[in-house]
Design a protein around this ligand. Structure first.
Ligand SMILES: *Cc1c(COP(=O)(O)O)cnc(C)c1O
Length: 374
């Protein structure tokens, strides 16, 4: 049996063919086109948020734009710089969005939830003005505590929730805490529009800037005058059509996924209790939608990865310690990274999809069990 690392949830052609046809016939294929607007309206209904989520061509640019909007609102120009607290343990895209805004990441540690360790951050030195928390694998920091930190240290908190579509803290969507949030709709993620991303914010001034930024920074179209040097990051119509179709099935997507998550958790908790490995610690007040199922081995994962490749089960060494990536190595300040450094070579992500057969689940579990108990 062969199992890929992801299995994107996608509509059948006949489910979206009439929308694609109407888009092609109308010529309205991008620039805030009808299905893009409809997608934003339906996302607003899903999130029940006061302002429309703004969609983009991908999540990295959604994050880039949010950072640019807040940096501008804080009174800085594009060439100005300050430091941004961020977990080292994330995807390069998080750090790239900071650095492309001419800001400096300060790499910080994660806790056993594989998200930013809020107890370990040191705000005392340097020029820290911003913090970006990452919803790694769909897990979230304690957002109530993060709100207190934002107020206490007078920093702007942004959420890179690219992998955390549908995750909640204390029964609330992350936007309900008043943070500016980014989500990714990439085909590998929990909910997809092939490529895509969105920002959800609660400050009308930030929302206005984000609308300008994604359209080159233009605030008026007769002359194309710009408020801010924004990067074109509009979503086009076909992604919105796929996103809309998937959004109609969002309850099904999340419910089916939850069933698979419960089986994974049960199986891996038992291997954990026998001392074979460790799992991501998800606090009881967090609803985690699990982008992949990460496991932490007791030592280097190379042999395990090799074994899984032989079993034709795709696994991924993801996320990673970004402070160690070739471009970022020794370039920026690192705080204590003990836990990140300890687990970075021991962590492996296993595939978990919305739709998985019982045979597939059993095959993955039996293969893993045989590795440890052979
Ligand atoms: C996927 C991901 C991104 C990038 O999102 P794209 O939509 O692929 O650009 C950024 N940050 C994190 C943490 C991610 O998991």
């Amino acid at each position: 049996m062969k199992i890929n690392i992801v299995r994107p949830f996608l509509p059948k052609l006949e489910e979206i063919s009439s929308q694609i046809e109407s888009s092609l016939n109308s010529g309205l294929v991008t620039n805030n086109s009808p299905f893009v607007q409809q997608f934003e309206d339906k996302l607003q209904r899903f999130y029940n948020c006061p302002m429309k989520p703004l969609v983009n061509c991908n999540g990295e640019l959604s994050l880039y734009n949010i950072i640019q909007a807040h940096k501008t609102q804080m009174g800085y120009d594009v060439h100005d710089s300050f430091e941004v607290i961020v977990p080292s343990f994330t995807f390069a895209g998080t750090i790239n969005a900071i650095v492309a805004n001419n800001l400096k990441p300060v790499f910080c540690d994660i806790d056993e939830g594989l998200v930013l360790d809020l107890n370990k951050i040191d705000f005392s030195n340097g020029s820290i003005k911003m913090l970006i928390a990452v919803g790694a694998y769909g897990n979230l920091c304690n957002l109530g505590k993060l709100k207190e930190i934002e107020n206490q240290y007078n920093i702007k908190v942004i959420l890179d929730n690219a992998p955390a579509f549908g995750s909640k803290c204390d029964g609330k969507h992350p936007w309900e805490y008043g943070f500016s949030e980014m989500i990714s709709f990439h085909a590998t993620k929990i909910f997809n529009a092939i490529e895509g991303g969105a920002s959800i914010v609660s400050d009308p001034e930030i929302q206005k800037l984000l609308v300008y930024i994604r359209d080159f920074g233009q605030y008026e179209k007769t002359r194309g005058d710009i408020q801010i040097p924004g990067l074109n990051s509009k979503m086009q119509e076909f992604s919105a059509i796929v996103g809309l179709s998937n959004l109609e099935k969002v309850d099904f997507i999340l419910n089916e996924r939850k069933k698979n998550i419960l089986r994974y958790v049960k199986f891996f908790d038992s291997l954990k209790s026998e001392g074979y490995l460790n799992v991501m610690n998800v606090q009881t007040n967090i609803e985690c939608t699990y982008l992949y199922f990460p496991i932490i081995l007791n030592d280097d994962a190379t042999d395990f990865v090799k074994y899984m490749v032989e079993k034709q089960i795709a696994v991924r060494r993801y996320y990673t310690a970004t402070h160690d990536l070739k471009y970022y190595k020794n370039k920026y300040r690192c705080q204590n990274l003990d836990f990140t450094n300890k687990i970075k070579d021991q962590i492996v992500s296993l595939p978990i999809f919305t739709i998985m057969s019982n045979d597939e689940l059993e095959y993955i579990f039996t293969s893993v069990e045989n590795y440890f108990k052979k």
